[in-house]
Write a protein that binds this ligand. Structure first.
Ligand code: ADP
Ligand code: ADP
Length: 241
């Protein structure tokens, strides 16, 4: 579903340009393949390139955050460099660390509907998808609530719901539980697991607290040190759990 072929990313910073040095790559020669319907966990210390790797799937790199991409990233055969993130909305949904940064409307149901606005769906389909997503994420009783009055875990579920209504086949999440207490993190992880099992969604998630999420993963992708080659494998084997 997701394929990386010799993917490297370089950012050109002004400081390194002034010093006349080539900056080290944020990602170096990554080759990997994530099958459909798996939850793949991306782990590694801060600064190792996790957000950059996720960005190449969602199209943030190179379309919005800059960076020069070498190699090829495809999602369901679609090249993320030649397709703008807007053209990938039906294929890839992206959720960041801070749900509040994500929201554009006031209430839960408006937020779920908003994600579909550019898709040109009939209004009846949009209404049905909002209902279906409220049920799926257990948000029915909160539908009319202003999002700012919700708990962190509830807000993160709304953020996930808002990218689910276009029915993406891939969900990309950058440390979605990092601002949450353990109970709220479990709430969010349980939702992700349900998406993988019930809908066959492919989930790629970055996380630095491995012990919190490793039991939910089908595969763990390790980015061990800056610019090092990625390792893809079975979580139990790699972690000794
Ligand atoms: P992680 O998510 O693992 O913390 P990042 O992908 O954010 O890692 O960063 C990898 C490297 O790329 C870091 O050295 C970071 O400073 C650099 N970097 C990330 N984004 C940018 C950017 N937009 N411009 C310049 N450098 C960046
Ligand atoms: P519509 O366009 O009328 O919503 P679709 O054929 O696109 O109909 O989708 C309906 C089916 O999609 C249902 O069987 C439902 O279980 C499933 N579904 C619900 N949520 C999602 C999702 N987030 N991603 C993929 N499929 C989903």
């Amino acid at each position: 579903m997701i394929r990386f072929e010799h993917v490297s990313v370089h950012y050109d910073s002004e400081a390194t340009a002034r010093a006349g040095e080539a900056p080290p790559p944020a990602l170096r020669e990554v080759d990997l393949e994530i099958p459909e319907g798996e939850l793949c966990l991306l782990v590694g210390p801060s600064g190792v390139g996790k957000s950059t790797l996720l960005g190449t799937v969602s199209g943030l790199v190179p379309h919005f955050t800059g960076g020069t991409l070498h190699g090829r990233v495809t999602v369901a055969g679609r090249d993320t460099r030649t397709h703008k993130p807007r053209e990938m909305a039906d294929l890839v949904g992206t959720v960041g660390q801070d749900p509040l940064a994500h929201f554009v409307t006031d209430t839960v149901e408006d937020e779920l509907a908003y994600g579909m606005e550019s898709l040109g769906l009939p209004p009846a389909t949009m209404r049905r998808r909002v209902e279906e997503t409220l049920d799926l994420l257990g948000l029915n009783e909160l539908r009319e609530r202003p999002i700012t009055t919700l708990s962190g875990g509830q807000q993160q579920r709304v953020a996930i719901g808002s990218v689910l209504t276009p029915h993406p086949r891939v969900l990309v999440l950058d440390e979605p539980t990092s601002a949450l207490d353990p109970a709220a993190a479990e709430e969010v992880l349980a939702v992700l697991q349900r998406l993988v099992h019930d809908l066959g969604t492919t989930v790629l998630m970055a996380e630095h607290r491995l012990e919190r999420v490793v039991h939910y993963a089908d595969q763990v992708l390790l980015l061990p040190e800056p610019g090092a080659r990625a390792l893809l494998g079975d979580p139990a084997e790699q972690m000794g759990v």
